[in-house]
Design a protein around this ligand. Structure first.
Ligand SMILES: [Fe+2]
Length: 294
């Protein structure tokens, strides 16, 4: 059995309220002791070094748990917008080129030179890399940065890493979305450019699960094409934006079965978002029974 926790959009601004929320989250994740914790960006409210340092030290309390931490737009670009507001993404360049060149990802994947920017340096000095990877416990997970854009080079490196573990449960993590989600009026930049082509590539790579944040909605889509199916899961946010309570996702993989739950940070209660056994979750069955009895 594989267990993964997925946290996103902490938006830590050094407020006492958010610090308490993150400390509670750390307790819940420590108790759950998943095989892997994935954090999909926007750890900080404004990318300030003090914010990133404090979040890093809070996550370090979970040191025995393996972590895959990637940056969000707020961590790499200064923003003064309200929580969750996207910075517009610049037009694609090398991703377009990459997808045109190699729609099936079959070319010899040559390593590209790393080209760190100042904002990347600020992140890398604290979290090691903007493209983390984890292999072990039956999982092959890769993370890619999507700020200012998802690059073809990042995809190439992710593909190479995933291909090294053909039998593992494959996880692809990024900050921005690949699909719209219910309950959110989508903003420009929520979904990455060429998301359809990226999803097609992930199908080609046999990715089982995409984890993303940015949209502040806990949701799971199951999509499929002729080559297979992918679950695309987004985590809620930890920031209190006045509409939703803080939450994170818990994923349990048991052979061919996958169960994904949203867990409230305030109450610790879990509610099922998705179950691959083909049966509705207990919550859905109960809601249907209530609706029928009216
Ligand atoms: Fe974001």
């Amino acid at each position: 059995m594989i267990r993964i926790a997925h946290v996103s959009d902490l938006h830590y601004d050094q407020s006492r309220q958010l610090r308490a929320t993150i400390e509670r989250l750390v307790e819940l994740v420590a108790d759950a002791a998943p095989d892997l914790l994935v954090v999909t960006g926007d750890l900080s409210a404004d990318g300030r070094p003090e914010e990133l340092d404090e979040v890093r030290s809070m996550l370090r309390q979970l040191k025995p748990i393996r972590q895959l931490v990637i940056p969000g737009n707020r961590d790499l670009e200064r923003s003064s917008g309200p929580p969750g507001e996207a910075n517009p993404l610049p037009p694609d360049s090398d991703l377009d080129f990459f997808l045109t060149l190699e729609p099936a990802l079959a070319l010899g994947l040559e390593e590209d030179a790393e080209a760190d920017t100042d904002s990347d340096d600020r992140w890398v000095s604290r979290f090691g890399t903007t493209e983390p990877a984890f292999t072990g416990r039956g999982i092959a997970a890769v993370g890619v940065p999507s700020t200012p854009k998802l690059s073809g080079q990042s995809l190439t490196r992710a593909a190479r890493r995933l291909r090294k573990s053909p039998d593992a449960f494959r996880v692809f993590a990024l900050h921005h979305g690949l699909l719209p989600v219910p309950g959110r009026k989508m903003r420009e930049g929520d979904v990455i450019p060429r998301a359809g082509d990226v999803l097609s590539l992930l199908c080609e790579l046999g990715v089982d699960l995409v984890l993303h944040g940015h949209v502040h909605r806990a949701h799971v889509w199951r999509i499929a094409d002729s080559r297979g199916e992918i679950l695309v899961a987004s985590a809620g946010a930890l920031v209190n934006d006045g509409r939703l309570d803080a939450s994170f996702l818990e994923i349990v993989v048991d052979g061919p079965f996958v169960e994904i739950s949203r867990r409230s940070v305030a109450t610790g209660r879990a509610s099922s978002l998705y179950s691959s056994d083909g049966l509705p979750s207990p919550e859905v069955r109960e809601a249907r029974a209530v609706a029928r009895s009216r």
